[in-house]
Design a protein around this ligand. Sequence first.
Ligand SMILES: *Cc1c(COP(=O)(O)O)cnc(C)c1O
Length: 230
Amino acid sequence: MRFSDLPERLREVSGRIDAAVRRGGHGQRVTIIGVTKTHGPDAVEAAFEAGLRDVGENRVQEALKKMDSVRAAVRWHLIGHLQRNKAKHVAQFDLVHSIDSSRLADAVNEIGGERHRPIEVLLQVNVVGEESKGGYPLETLQAEGERLREFSGLRVRGVMAMAPLDADEQTLRRVFSAARAGRDTLAAVGHPATELSMGMSNDFEVAAEEGATLVRLGTILFGAREGGTP
Ligand SMILES: *Cc1c(COP(=O)(O)O)cnc(C)c1O
C-alpha cells in the first residue's frame, strides 16, 4: 500500500516538533499541514487515517479536483500563489496562506463580501526580498494591516513565510523571527492574527523553535514528488 509508513513518519516528525517547541520556548501549539500536491486523493485519505486533519495544496485546479474525490473531512489550505482570475475559488478553502499583494487582497475581499462570509487568510511576507517570490515586504505590513482593518470580506489570521531554498540556519532564524514580528504587528493593529505558517520538510524544526503554529510538510511525510514539481 502506498503511504503505509505515513503513521510512523508522522510520529517521528511530531516528536521532533515537540522537542523544537520546548527548545524555542514560545509555548505554541503546532498543527501539521500535510502537503499533498502532486499526489492523488489517496494521499489525503492516508493523511486523514494517520490522524492529520489539515492538508495543503499549491494549485487551485489540482486542489478542486482532489476535493471532489476525497470524502475525508479535512481542512483544505491553499499554500501556493493565487492568480487574481482564480480568486473566486478561495471560498472553497479553509485558509488561504498566500495573500501576497494588496491587489490580491482586494480581489479576495470582494469574493468574501459577495458570499457574506469572510475568507480566512494569511499575509505572505517576503523577508529577504527574493524577486522570485511574492509577498509583502515586512516594512509594509503595518500599513497594509491598517488598510485591511476596514475589509469585511476577509479575516487576517496571521502570516506565512518561506525561507530561501539554500538558507543557512542564521538566515532561517532571521526569516522566521521576522515573520513572527510581522504576525505580532498584524495582531497589534487589531486583526485576529494568531497563526504563523512557516517550516517545510527541510526547515520545520527551526520554524517550530521560532514560533510556527502551522508547518507545511510534504516530502518528509509522503515521499519525493514525481517529476520534481516544486
Ligand atoms: C510544496 C510546498 C511545501 C512542502 O514542501 P516540502 O519540502 O515537500 O515539505 C510547503 N509550502 C509550500 C508553499 C509548498 O509549495
